[in-house]
Design a protein around this ligand. Structure first.
Ligand code: NAG
Ligand code: NAG
Ligand code: NAG
Ligand code: NAG
Ligand code: NAG
Ligand code: NAG
Ligand code: NAG
Ligand code: NAG
Length: 831
């Protein structure tokens, strides 16, 4: 029986402990060896045949045989029962060789049997049921609990490699998984959805069925187990506190606890993050999550803060999203009102009425707006001098508006009052200084130093901007006020506004300036009247009189001026082929001094034109070419005859228009026009003509006619529009060939040009609406017809293919040739 089982050696994997190759050999001398044997095999299994060498006769086995391993006296090592790796993974055996007398002659030699794993154990969860809890909004992927299964098989082989999986999640809404499991560790965590959506107020209890499989989950023969996991979702206590209010300028000892944050589990590491990157960040957090302000805040420096509280685990990883903490700094009244400036100045005119508004004092307060800390009250506490009496002014308590309280003021009494004004907020008083200047009223008119500035003679070409005269009036009102400032106007003698007057604000001197060119020819003498006025109105009862005006005579002298053309640019248009000597235009210039004028041309580069020096008429003097110069530009010069010979220049543009010098022709050189032969009814083709002259403004205007009277019996031409015409047959009796039909085309141009074209019309058999005609029909020179023939060959090839199809279809009827012709005729005529 042992011998019979030798074939089972194939189940053994042999390897030699001593290192020399023994593979494939199942017998050999006694020496230290290691064998690997799969567990779980029933019956007797041969491991090795030891060969005895004299004096050794028999073998003996000792060690961890567990009653399973045995050796026969002849050296055959085997086991007679199933091994179990989970009971003993390695059996250490010793084999000794004995002589005939039973004495050991070799050994004991160590023989190691490694039991190889087979997947003979199921994975088992350590618990039938697991319970865990998770906080709302926990970080996805961070395990909050573990399930754990064991498998007795060798974890170094797939047999012991376990894979966890969530099989069922209850409840599961919209097929969204809130939980995930690490398939190696069994760690259960939230998914991203779970972190966002789990809400204990909606549903706090979830149940999972988790499975575990061995064989790495990859083998369909793997064993599995499953367990139930109950998960309770708990409220997240990692929550941002409400907006905090901290009173500024606090005198409490700092640091001062202002709020607290807390991670869901103990052991979190807390820190604060200042995203505003403040130079001075006045908050800290301790490891209990208490948040402190480290120093008094100042609302006027910064009225709110936003920062983040962060919780991390021991590895420095964020436990959850940081919490945003907002702090509003609450105002206290810690700022006194401030005056708008060291001294505020108001002006009051003499004689202003009681109640007149003098001005407004606006003090500021840095404390929070629209609070009691910034409601300011004004009060006058002192008036210097108290003359003619106290309390001349009042201020509206909350607006700061100053008014005259008791009487009109007189500058003679006091030109300036100094007021001390108290401005108060809830807790602070500030004193502001206000000066009130009493200013004169406009009761004095400006008086010219003289009533006549005499006369001045100027050339008409005196430069614009020149100051030609300085005038002066004085005003006795208070200097540097609108009552004494003087504005000068010219009331007579300058209706065209050629002059203007600027006033020096310090001295009230007026400078008469030329604003537009003087012109002897228009106005030779300006009799000017100047009027001096104040910007402020005069008081009632005082009026400007003649002392506020002055006269001046400006005499403009003539200057010889150049002739003036009536236009800067003259334009004309002629046909390019006009005869030499044709008048193409004229120019006209006038001399302001009425001198005679002589005309000439400049830049007459091509010498095409000449000008009559007396009349200004312009003539051609050479053939012109539009293609060389479509617009010919010359300058015309007008020169005074005699005198200073002043001249001026204008431009003459002569546009040359195109001449119709191309006859009409066909738009396509070889129009592919055909009619299907034989004609069933009279047919027609459409063709298009063109012209190389580009002189049409509204498209071509061709007319068409037959080129030969003889053909009028066969053909007819009708115009469709300016470019297209229709050629129709008058009967159906045409041969199967190309007809060349002469057509007259006239372009209706100027002059009218006519062309005669030969229009090729092919009569051919048709297939599928295309011409079907054998090539080489026409012999001799390559002609238009040839080209058509070659073109038609293409159709022929296609036609033959179609014909063959037809022939095959119609074969049985025995009328092949006729059928092709019928197919052709069956096509409807084009047009
Ligand atoms: C699972 O259980 C085994 C045996 O009790 C233990 O050695 C192992 O650490 C456990 N694994 C986890 C993730 O708890
Ligand atoms: C286990 O999870 C890892 C990563 O999550 C994945 O790559 C692997 O395919 C999973 N194994 C099985 C058997 O599902
Ligand atoms: C704090 O208040 C006191 C008066 O109460 C004031 O003098 C001081 O300037 C204030 N400090 C700040 C920073 O506002
Ligand atoms: C008012 O104050 C100014 C300084 O601001 C001073 O020069 C002037 O003398 C004062 N006038 C009176 C009447 O005190
Ligand atoms: C210009 O003024 C002078 C005196 O300054 C006088 O003799 C002369 O007649 C005046 N000319 C005219 C045109 O008024
Ligand atoms: C114009 O009025 C002023 C006073 O306002 C006076 O001095 C002057 O004589 C008057 N001039 C004439 C011409 O009446
Ligand atoms: C000059 O041309 C104008 C039109 O521009 C015409 O009215 C006038 O009669 C022409 N003069 C001569 C002398 O041809
Ligand atoms: C002239 O008639 C032809 C044929 O009807 C057409 O294709 C073409 O557009 C027409 N041209 C104009 C300018 O109407």
């Amino acid at each position: 029986m042992m011998q019979a089982q030798l074939h089972c050696l194939c189940l053994l994997i042999l390897h030699l402990a001593t290192g020399y190759s023994h593979e494939g050999k199942f017998s050999g001398p006694l020496q230290p060896m290691t064998f690997s044997v799969f567990e779980g095999q029933q019956g007797s299994q041969v491991i090795f045949q030891f060969k005895a060498s004299p004096p050794a006769m028999t073998f003996k086995l000792t060690g961890e045989t567990d009653g399973i391993f045995q050796i026969q006296p002849d050296g055959l090592l085997y086991h007679n029962g199933a091994l179990d790796r989970e009971t003993r993974a390695v059996h250490k055996l010793q084999v000794s060789a004995l002589n005939a007398q039973g004495a050991t002659v070799q050994g004991p030699v160590p023989i190691t049997i490694e039991v190889k794993d087979i997947n003979d154990n199921r994975p088992t969860f350590l618990q039938l049921k697991y319970e865990g809890s998770v906080r709302q909004n926990s970080r996805p992927g961070k395990p909050f609990m573990y399930v754990n299964a064991t498998d007795l098989d060798d974890p170094a082989t797939p047999n012991g490699q376990l894979v966890y999986e969530i099989v069922i999640q209850l409840p599961k809404i919209n097929n969204v998984m809130y939980f995930q499991i690490n398939n190696k560790t069994g760690g259960i965590s939230l998914t991203r959805h779970g972190a966002l959506e789990l809400d204990p107020t909606k549903n706090s209890n979830y149940n999972l069925v988790v499975s575990v499989k061995d064989m790495g989950g990859q083998n369909e023969n793997s064993f599995s187990d499953s367990t139930s996991v109950d998960i309770m979702v708990k409220e997240n206590i990692w929550k941002a506190p409400e907006l905090l209010e901290i009173v500024e300028n606090s005198t409490d000892p700092h640091p001062l606890k202002i709020t607290q944050v807390q991670w869901n589990e103990p052991g979190a590491k807390y820190s604060l993050v200042d995203k505003e990157k403040l130079p001075r960040f006045p908050f800290t957090i301790d490891q209990e999550g208490n948040i402190y302000v480290t120093q008094p805040l100042d609302r006027e420096e910064k009225d709110s803060y936003v920062f983040y509280a962060v919780a991390k685990d021991e590895n420095g990883e964020l436990l959850s999203i940081p919490l945003q903490i907002g702090v509003k700094v609450k105002d206290i009244n810690d700022n006194p009102p401030t005056c708008p400036s060291a001294v505020t100045v108001f002006e009051v005119q003499e004689n202003e009425n009681i109640g007149s508004n003098i001005g407004t004092l606006t003090a500021h307060d840095r404390d929070e707006e629209n609070t009691a800390s910034t409601v300011l009250a004004y009060k006058i506490v002192d008036q210097i001098p108290a003359f003619p009496k106290e309390g001349l002014f009042l201020v509206q308590a909350y607006t700061g508006v100053f008014q005259l309280a008791k009487q009109s003021l007189k500058k003679q009494d006091t030109p300036q009052y100094n007021l001390t004004v108290q401005v108060s907020d809830k807790d602070f008083n500030t004193l502001c200084q206000v000066e009130i200047h009493v200013i004169d009223i406009n009761d004095q008119i400006p008086i010219f130093e003289k009533s006549d500035y005499g006369n001045l003679t100027l050339a008409e070409d005196t430069a614009v901007g020149s100051t030609i005269l300085t005038i002066q009036a004085t005003d006795a009102d208070e200097p540097l006020t609108g009552s004494s400032k003087i504005l000068y106007r010219i009331t007579q003698g300058d209706s065209e506004g050629r002059l203007g007057i600027d006033t020096d604000p310090q001295t009230n001197a007026g400078y008469v300036i030329i604003k537009k060119p003087l012109d002897f020819e228009t106005v030779a003498v300006h009799n000017l009247v100047f009027q001096a006025e104040n910007p402020e109105p005069l008081v009632h009862g005082v009026n400007y009189n003649s002392s506020s005006s002055a006269t001046f005579k400006l005499i403009v002298t003539n200057v010889n001026e150049a002739p003036q053309f009536t236009q800067n640019i003259y334009q004309a248009k002629v046909r390019e082929d006009v005869a030499i000597g044709t008048k193409v235009g004229n120019v006209t210039a006038k001399d302001p001094e009425n001198l005679d004028i002589s005309y000439s041309l400049k830049n007459n580069k091509r010498g095409w034109l000449k000008i009559d020096p007396v009349t200004g008429e312009i003539f051609t003097m050479a053939p012109m070419d539009r293609e060389a110069e479509s617009v010919y530009r010359v300058q015309v010069v007008a020169t005074e005859v005699g005198g200073s010979s002043l001249s001026s220049v204008a431009t003459f543009h002569l546009a040359l228009s195109d001449v119709n010098d191309n006859p009409p022709r066909l738009a396509t050189d070889h129009p592919h026009l055909f009619l299907c032969h034989p004609l069933q009814a009279p047919g027609s083709v459409i063709f298009e003509a063109t012209d190389d002259d580009q002189q049409f403004f509204r498209g071509p205007r061709f007319t068409f006619s037959l080129g030969s009277k003889v053909l009028e019996n066969d053909w007819e031409v009708k115009r469709i529009n300016g470019s297209h015409a229709k050629l129709s047959t008058k009967h159906t009796n045409f041969e199967e060939r190309v007809y060349s039909v002469p057509i007259h085309i006239s372009d209706g141009g100027e002059p009218e040009l006519k062309g005669t074209v030969s229009l090729p019309v092919t009569f051919c058999k048709c297939v599928e609406g295309s011409c079907f005609r054998p090539a080489g029909h026409q012999s001799g020179m390559p002609t238009v017809g040839m080209a058509v023939g070659i073109l038609l060959t293409t159709f022929l090839v296609i036609g033959i293919i179609l014909a063959v199809v037809f022939i095959r279809i119609k074969k049985n009827e025995g009328k092949d040739n006729v059928e092709i012709a019928q197919a052709c005729e069956a096509q409807p005529l084009r047009n």
